[in-house]
Design a protein around this ligand. Structure first.
Ligand code: AMP
Length: 120
């Protein structure tokens, strides 16, 4: 799958669309989800052009992967998510329910999150 430079997160990275920023460094940008599914719902995206977890894990450099994962942890701590527990989600592709084709990790916290997967 080729990367679509017009996807909404690409526009946020370029500054064409605003976001409620939580953290930014050379490797990652974190911001609040526009449609929160929990009291705390953040998104962390890599700065590089990766469509999905599959793409990122296969093509990103070790440095990008390391620094991205460290950034996810930093955001979770900044939001106090580890205190009562949290969930990370990376939807990928059609069956995964991915809507935005720029790899992202959801950080959800602030309430009991229930079942890991919705019943079929
Ligand atoms: P996914 O289904 O994993 O691709 O999740 C995409 C997420 O992006 C959804 O939770 C949306 O609510 C969120 N989203 C879409 N547009 C924006 C936006 N402009 N700012 C923040 N979050 C967004």
């Amino acid at each position: 799958m080729t990367y679509d430079r017009n996807n909404i997160f690409a526009k946020i990275l370029r500054g064409d669309i605003p976001c409620k920023k939580i953290l930014e460094n050379d490797y990652a940008l974190a911001f609040y989800d526009i449609n929160p599914q929990a009291p705390t719902h953040a998104l962390v995206i890599p700065k590089g052009e990766y469509v999905s977890f599959d793409d990122f894990s296969a093509k990103a450099s070790n440095e990008e992967i390391t620094m991205f994962i460290r950034s996810v942890g930093e955001v979770a701590r900044q939001l106090n998510a580890p205190m009562d527990g949290f969930r990370l989600i990376a939807n990928a592709g059609l069956n995964g329910g991915q809507e935005v084709p720029h790899f992202h990790i959801h950080i959800l916290a602030g309430r009991r999150l229930g079942r890991m997967v919705a019943a079929a």
